[in-house]
Ligand binder design. Structure first.
Ligand code: DGL
Length: 266
């Protein structure tokens, strides 16, 4: 239910990765009511067809609107690439998506080589190709799909031996090609930043878009919605289409506060 004078923001991801974005949103809009959906019953999106992801994104967006959402954040690069255009053509409310941070990475690199870690779906999308066309310029962009990493975060295995092996496997080819800047092109990966830092060392820049997306959301909320009046207790509601006990445990660890996720059957 929407509450008087309290802006409600709906946020979704294929799973718990979007919580890395939700943390930035909480900082930018501390008084907003947040409703988060982890589509854990359908994770990962990275190996699904665009049609499948569009269908999931539509039913979740519809659910979030029914919960009072006045703006939607697609806290998932893969779902943005597949479904943002369809959602925007169908719904009038502000819809903020995510894309790999090519523009800031191109500005930051000194070696002239940027590595992109993302899902196979994101890297194969027309949207990603257009992003490179627009911003890569003379910088060499080397990409790496990372099957399995999303699943490790979903299990809460941020530091396990297998997680480190995957990180080593996926970053080595990029560093060998001279990348000094790595884009975390999936919202699950910021939760692996510490392990990634240990694997790649201190001299590689790691860039993600969570903070920029939260700032863009705040700008649009202030310009397009009636604003957030008064002081409210920070509220957040969490839903999962998967096993809610598992989702609640992992979400609590990543969000940093106890989370009781409700089951979402859509
Ligand atoms: N967090 C999603 C993203 O940003 C992960 C996609 C997946 O489930 O494979 O791309």
């Amino acid at each position: 239910m929407q509450q008087a004078n309290c802006t409600t923001i709906g946020v979704f991801d294929s799973g718990v990765g979007g919580l890395s974005v939700l943390q930035h949103i909480r900082r930018q809009l501390p008084n907003a009511r947040l409703v988060y959906v982890a589509d854990s019953g359908h994770v990962p999106y990275g190996d699904k067809s665009p049609e499948y992801i569009i269908q999931r994104s539509q039913v979740i967006t519809q659910f979030l609107i029914e919960q009072g959402a006045q703006a939607i954040v697609i806290a998932c690069n893969t779902a943005t690439a597949a479904a943002a255009a369809t959602l925007r053509s169908r719904y009038q409310l502000p819809i903020i998506g995510m894309e790999p941070a090519v523009k800031p990475a191109v500005a930051a690199t000194k070696s002239g080589v940027v590595g992109v870690l993302a899902t196979v779906g994101t890297l194969a999308s027309a949207r990603f190709a257009a992003l490179l066309e627009k911003y890569a310029g003379n910088v060499e962009i080397v990409t790496q799909g990372c099957p399995g990493l999303v699943e490790q975060v979903e299990k809460g295995e941020l530091h396990s031996t297998f997680t480190r092996e995957l990180l080593q496997r996926y970053t080595t080819p990029l560093l060998e090609k001279g990348a000094d800047t790595l884009i975390l092109g999936c919202t699950h990966y910021p939760f692996l930043e510490q392990a990634l830092r240990e694997v790649v060392g201190e001299n590689i820049a790691l860039i993600d878009t969570g903070a920029a997306v939260a700032r863009e959301l705040k700008r649009r909320v202030n310009n397009e919605l009636s604003g957030i009046a008064g002081m409210h207790l920070a509220q957040a509601a969490f839903y999962s289409s998967g096993e809610v006990e598992v989702a609640s445990r992992i979400m609590s660890a990543l969000w940093g506060e106890p989370v009781e996720a409700a089951f979402l059957q859509v």
